[in-house]
Design a protein around this ligand. Structure first.
Ligand SMILES: Cc1cc2nc3c(=O)[nH]c(=O)nc-3n(C[C@H](O)[C@H](O)[C@H](O)COP(=O)(O)OP(=O)(O)OC[C@H]3O[C@@H](n4cnc5c(N)ncnc54)[C@H](O)[C@@H]3O)c2cc1C
Length: 396
């Protein structure tokens, strides 16, 4: 029997964790701790719980993590697995193809596309309603007490707990306060557009590469489809009509891209400059604060792994803290040891994928890359995909 279970038997109070941020990382961490008998308070600065950004690809590792959080089956019901996919050129030729069934055979579970709102809702539903406090913006953290100070309705308040989880995303206030010398997130060189639309015809989970650009399609559950597009360009560019900007760049690419853009309402298009934590953190833990998700390792989206890594963080943190607050320093050191090398390797691989894929512009380099990819057997392409998606949650 571990220490925490002993505490329960003798009737002592539940350990308490504050989670800062109710994105996918924060909600997943809250669910993981809640399942390990922690009381959780999630402080979210937005007035309403929400998840912006259309759809999301969940690779096998993310799905295994969601299984460990008890929401995997519900997530699968809201997504579309098994769609065949691969890589194409802008005129529609396939560079490599991967069947969903092959991926499932290799990894035990297929990749899946889901609307972010659906995933967010399912994670929220796995928490007690009272856990989420919206309109609460954290402005200060004390890692030793630990405690956070937040503002709600204009009034400051301080909350103490046994553990603080920083899940406040790319521009994390907690990261900035605890590692003030770390450089701010860097612009990756690319901007992205994305939209979730109604679309029922079959479409592959595929990525198309052209010089300095890419366009991806992800079938979602419930008759939806998520498309994303990216281009190498300076940051800060904005167009009065972003859909027209996407059409101008991708409207001449292979079908179904023009048809998907024709079916997209202009107001559905979201544009985001892609930033990442180019200088990796020396630790994900300071005192009794642990960082998860983009707060810990914001990465480019080119491997579709940012949320997946946040989910892995959550599961590992929950398992590490299963013993309650007794040996929290040891538990958090274990969390850092398990998560930092892997998530930072995935972040580096994601930046490499961007350089080799979407960001490659020189015609000779593009031709060489495409030639190499055509010669690559599908088994090797599958191994490449499986490399980061093949992850198992800790036992117990
Ligand atoms: C274009 C694009 C496509 C992507 N595609 C994929 C994909 O297909 N698959 C995948 O796995 N990942 C993908 N990602 C990455 C993924 O979206 C992120 O890694 C993931 O959403 C990070 O979740 P998070 O909870 O760590 O951070 P966030 O989603 O940023 O959540 C942080 C939360 O904290 C709140 N907050 C911030 N500051 C405070 C504060 N001071 N006080 C209180 N609350 C605060 C915010 O309001 C927010 O709700 C993509 C990213 C982009 C940009």
């Amino acid at each position: 029997m571990n220490f925490y279970r002993r505490r329960k038997v003798v009737g002592m109070g539940e350990p308490h964790a504050i989670v800062v941020g109710a994105g996918i990382g924060g909600l997943a961490a809250a669910v993981a701790l809640h399942r390990r008998h922690w009381r959780v308070t999630v402080l979210e600065r937005a007035a309403e719980p929400r998840e912006l950004g259309a759809g999301l690809t969940l690779m096998a590792n993310a799905l295994r993590g969601l299984d460990a959080l008890g929401v995997g089956d519900a997530v699968r019901r809201h997504g579309t697995p098994d769609s065949p996919g691969g890589l194409r050129t802008s005129d529609g030729r396939w560079l490599s193809r991967i069947e969903g069934a092959e991926l499932e055979r290799a990894l035990g579970t297929a990749a899946l596309g889901i609307h972010r709102t659906a995933l967010h809702r399912l994670l929220r539903a796995a928490l007690p309603a009272s856990a989420l406090v919206t309109g609460a913006e954290v402005v200060d953290v004390d890692p030793d007490l630990p405690a956070v100070t937040y503002r709600r309705d204009g009034a400051p308040a301080t909350l103490r707990a046994d553990l603080v989880v920083g899940a406040d995303g790319l521009r994390s206030v907690l990261r900035r306060q605890l590692w003030p010398d770390l450089p701010a997130p860097a612009y990756s060189g690319s901007t992205a557009w994305r939209a979730a639309i109604r679309w029922t015809a079959p479409v592959s989970m595929a990525v198309t590469w052209g010089p300095g650009r890419e366009f991806g399609t992800v079938p979602l559950g419930d008759g939806g489809l998520y498309w994303y597009a990216a281009e190498t360009t300076p940051p800060g560019g904005r167009e009065p009509d972003e859909l027209a900007a996407v059409r101008a760049r991708f409207g001449g690419w292979h079908e179904p891209i023009p048809a998907l853009l024709a079916a997209t309402p202009p107001e559905a298009v979201l544009r985001t400059d892609l930033f990442h934590l180019a200088t990796p953190l020396p630790s994900y833990v300071r005192g009794r604060v642990a960082l998860v998700g983009d707060a810990a390792h914001a990465m480019t989206p080119h491997l579709g792994q940012g949320a997946g890594q946040a989910i892995e963080d959550a599961v590992v943190l929950g398992a590490a803290c299963a013993g309650g607050p007794a040996d929290l320093a040891g538990a958090l050191a274990g969390y850092d040891r398990q998560r930092r090398p892997r998530s930072q390797a995935v972040a580096r691989a994601s930046a490499r994928t961007a350089r080799f894929g979407q960001q490659l512009r020189h015609p000779a380099a593009v031709a060489l890359r495409d030639g190499l990819l055509r010669l690559t057997p599908s088994r090797a392409a599958l191994r490449g995909m499986a490399r980061y998606a093949d992850w198992q949650p800790p036992r117990g």
